[in-house]
Write a protein that binds this ligand. Sequence first.
Ligand code: BJW
Ligand code: ZN
Length: 297
Amino acid sequence: MSPSSDAQAFRDAFANSKRVVILAGAGLSAASGIPTFRGPNGLWKTKSSKLFATPEGFKEDPSGVWQFYHYKREGCLSAQPNAAHRAIASFAVPAVRSRLMPSLQEDKLPLFVTQNFDGLSLRALDELSDQLTPAEIKLARERVIETHGSAFKTICLQCKHINHTFDSPLSPALAGITEQNAGERDIPIDQLPRCGGPDWKGSNRWGRCGGLLRPAVVWFGEVPEGMGEIAKELNWTDLLIVVGTSSLVHPAAGFAKTIKSRGGKVAIVNLERSEGDSDADFLFIGPCEETLPLLLK
Ligand code: BJW
Ligand code: ZN
């Protein structure tokens, strides 16, 4: 059967759902000016995903990979959440939840799984500080899984310390690196981001050991974050909403099939037809920054 694009039928299914999972991809942040990976202007059209999205690529050229992540990170810092991020974040507001999702089990917030590393969904929650208490925001943030990592976290390859920071640049040598000039010069490895920052002074302490840092993002061949929690949640989910992903990258690409095999429903919101459409009960073609606020109004 072909999927429905009846907004009211979707709202009814939403209102009757006890457990909801939302899965997002790069299309969610496209209107915030963050490029997607596979579209006509996608990152992987001009950059090699083998170099920039694998641990082997980082080993081969840590300078090139750090320059790439430096300017992508700067792009995330200057971007703002868009109407689609805000529509999803609004579920954290109890009055919105009880209006749109009165059947939620124990008023459990939807689990929001984002493949994006830009932090914009968390920032959209922080923007609700005039409507929510800090405790409510904390609770909502705990229901967000950045399954492909975060641009604002690093891991030390030596002591494994994970650091969270919005500082930029992460080492003085990365200052002034842009998409245009990235890769023009090779930054020596001791001038790339190091554990403990530029003034680490060579101590061996955890989190200040001076080891080489890498971006805490999930590259091909690595295990995405939060898989245990996601797998548990998918057991109970009766509605999965898939927003702005090409559904080409696993394991996220398989969530829709899992839900379907357990009798749940799948809604897809995408600018164009995508790989996941064969599993869709509802399909809304259009920019999510317009479609989601309308569907969830
Ligand atoms: C709009 C819009 C608008 C635009 N409104 N929509 C063979 C078969 C099956 C699997 C494999 C295989 N060979 C290897 C694998 C596994 C591999 C994989 O899936 N590869 C495929 C490419 C085949 N996966 C992995 O290796 C993953 N790990 C893994 O599987 O571990 C095993 C394991 C799993 C579970 C438990 C235990 C073990 C890891 C994948 C890591 C992906 N990493 C990246 C880079 C992250 C860092 C960074 O951000 O730079 O993640 S790659 C890149 O792709 C990034 C994205 O998160 C990810 C998905 O892309 P996304 O978000 O879908 O973006 P696009 O560009 O593809 O699509 C954008 C969509 O938006 C389009 O549809 C547009 O139409 C739409 N759009 N504007 C609405 N305004
Ligand atoms: Zn360290």
